[in-house]
Design a protein around this ligand. Structure first.
Ligand SMILES: [Zn+2]
Length: 250
């Protein structure tokens, strides 16, 4: 019998930054893996803003999109508040049918220029979650557009029509971090803020009820993932991230 090799250790994420913008496809994306990390960072006094590309309006089978949009935006605002995030933007792109391309880059670029973050977070945009489970099309389109939009934001000749009313190019993003990536090489200790992450996910009550998963428990679900990551960091709980350096030489 051969033993399963221990999973590779993760390197701690840098924390020498002040502003972070999290750009994800759907309300609930942050809460399914990154909210406890956000609670840690807001607890350190850092500014974190959320930017929802869609309002998740196609996410509840038994609810019409117009009602669903209102419900899910309200749930997201509350789940953000729980982890110390007061700024939640909704970019109003169509849920379920996002397309990677120039229009998506343009709208994300405007958010990056407005908020001027040092770090931009998005969700895993690899094809799978590591095993056989395929990633979802909106996540892949969003992540790819985020990386490009971060570059676009620094170039005054790209989407230059945005540069009015004092809006300037922003080339200050040092890294893009994709949480939950199967190629994560970094992680953050979320032991102290784990409970805030659970509460943040629970705020998506209508959505979770709509999924209809029997006997599914928020804490149990998050604990399983956080414990496995924590092991690779040498702590109780953690969250994994893949780091994409955006500058040269750092
Ligand atoms: Zn999603």
């Amino acid at each position: 019998m051969s033993e399963t090799p221990a999973p590779a250790p993760l390197e701690p994420l840098r924390e020498d930054w002040e502003r972070m913008l999290c750009v994800v496809a759907h309300p609930d994306d942050m809460e399914f893996g990154a909210a406890a990390a956000v609670a840690r960072w807001t607890g350190q006094g850092k500014w974190v803003g959320y930017c929802m590309v869609t309002s998740g309006e196609a996410g509840i089978d038994g609810m019409e999109p117009d009602e669903c949009r209102r419900v899910r935006e309200a749930e997201e605002i509350e789940s953000a508040r729980i982890v110390g995030v007061d700024n939640v933007d909704f970019l109003e792109q169509p849920d379920g049918v996002l397309e990677y391309g120039v229009p998506l880059r343009r709208t994300i670029c405007a958010s990056v220029r407005r908020h001027r973050p040092d770090i931009v977070v998005t969700g895993n945009f690899r094809d799978t979650w590591g095993g056989q489970n395929l990633n979802q099309a909106d996540h892949i389109a969003t992540g790819r557009a985020v990386v490009d939009a971060v570059r676009d934001a620094g170039n005054r000749w790209v989407f230059s029509d945005q540069l009015t009313d004092g809006l300037e190019p922003w080339g200050g993003v040092k890294q893009v971090w994709a949480f939950g990536s199967p190629q994560s090489g970094h992680g953050v200790d979320t032991t102290e803020t784990f409970e805030a992450g659970v509460e943040s996910l629970k705020a998506h009550a209508a959505y979770i009820q709509g999924l209809g998963w029997e006997n599914w428990d928020e804490r149990e679900f998050l604990e399983g993932m956080a414990r496995a990551t924590g092991q690779r960091l040498g702590v109780t709980f953690g969250a994994p991230f893949e780091v994409f350096p955006m500058g040269w030489g750092d």
